[in-house]
Design a binder for this molecule. Structure first.
Ligand SMILES: Nc1ncnc2c1ncn2[C@@H]1O[C@H](COP(=O)(O)OP(=O)(O)OP(=O)(O)O)[C@@H](O)[C@H]1O
Ligand SMILES: [Mg+2]
Length: 310
């Protein structure tokens, strides 16, 4: 990536303190001694910011923080060196618990607290102020219950007024509504794309989002790589790095980081897609969501090419 010094502002509407327990031989209905506990700041926008920073570029995390878990999350982010535009809220921030046993991970994810309407106004306002040094805006991940339906639209509108490109990674009705607000790019995975649009064909489904208003649609296809669509332009695909095994959770967040940095730097589209694919693969090789294997990223990049889709 080229040095830009223009930050990626990454909004996480539903951050989490991720807690990982390691136990021997997990069994339902039994007590277990935990051999190791780890805590880390999580949530998709935070993962994106982590990858942006790993690539040597600046990122600002915008998120609501509430209660003791919110304090712990904020502390953890700042200890990791993140620049945070914190939105203090009353509702307790959620936790996710992952139990790792025998090489398998069992996840227990809290849905996240409902925030008040003034809290959401603060999230939008703080994001607007963070966009004063323009780079790109990323809005990633789920939204907690009760989130105003126009949250993404309001964030996109702020970015448009600031002249900043926006990448949205979300699912379900929020993805459809976000597309209508005209973001520069949406990044569903193939399951999210099909579920939101009700179309099974990837090309038809991607065009459904373009027709709603998204300027570009990048569909991540897991072990099949990714495909990029833009209205009236040639669609591209990049095949995945073959033969990889690892942890695919967070690979999509790494893709979003590469797409946002590509928009900031004005990198040609096929090259952005190649970088995104290589970075997704580099995330698969890292154990924890939000981490990437940078040496693998550099190794993979020259092996990939963007080709015309169908
Ligand atoms: N098994 C794999 N082998 C090679 N590359 C992979 C593999 N899985 C994922 N990738 C790369 O990572 C990218 C993103 O993966 P995926 O489509 O699974 O994202 P996602 O479902 O949004 O993930 P998440 O939301 O957990 O971050 C893919 O487009 C691909 O380039
Ligand atoms: Mg994803």
């Amino acid at each position: 990536m080229t040095a830009s010094a223009r930050p990626v502002v990454s909004v996480t509407p539903n951050p989490a303190l991720d807690i990982t327990y390691e136990v021997d031989d997990l069994r339902v209905g039994q007590s277990h001694r935990v051999s190791r506990v780890r805590e880390r700041a999580g949530g998709k926008g935070i993962n994106v910011a982590r990858v942006v920073r790993a690539l040597g570029e600046p990122a600002v995390v915008v998120a609501p923080f509430g209660g003791r878990t919110g304090d712990a999350l904020l502390h953890s982010l700042r200890a990791d060196g993140f620049e945070v535009a914190a939105v203090p809220v009353d509702a307790e921030t959620r936790r996710t618990v992952t139990v790792v046993s025998g090489g398998e991970a069992t996840a227990l994810n809290e849905a996240g607290p409902a925030l008040s309407a003034p809290d959401w106004d603060d999230v939008v306002g703080v994001t607007g102020r963070a966009l004063e040094a323009p780079g790109a805006l990323v809005v990633s991940g789920s939204t907690p219950p009760g989130t105003p339906p126009d949250l993404h639209a309001r964030l996109i509108e702020h970015a448009r007024r600031a002249g900043v490109p926006v990448v949205v990674d979300t699912s379900g009705p929020a993805l459809l509504r976000a597309a209508v607000a005209g973001p520069d790019l949406v990044k569903p995975n193939v399951d999210e794309l099909r579920a939101a649009t009700g179309e099974t064909d990837v090309v038809v489904a991607a065009h459904a989002l373009l027709e709603r208003g998204a300027r570009q649609v990048v569909v991540s296809l897991g072990g099949d790589g990714l495909a990029g669509f833009a209205a009236g332009a040639q669609p591209w695909r990049v095949r995945a790095v073959p033969g990889l095994t690892g942890n695919p959770t967070g690979a999509g967040d790494a893709v979003v980081a590469a797409l946002a940095l590509g928009l900031v730097a004005g990198t040609p589209w096929p090259e952005v897609l190649v970088r995104a694919t290589a970075l997704g693969a580099a995330a698969v090789l890292a154990d924890v969501a939000g981490d990437v294997d940078l040496a693998a990223y550099e190794r993979f990049r020259p092996t990939l090419t963007a080709e015309r889709y169908r």
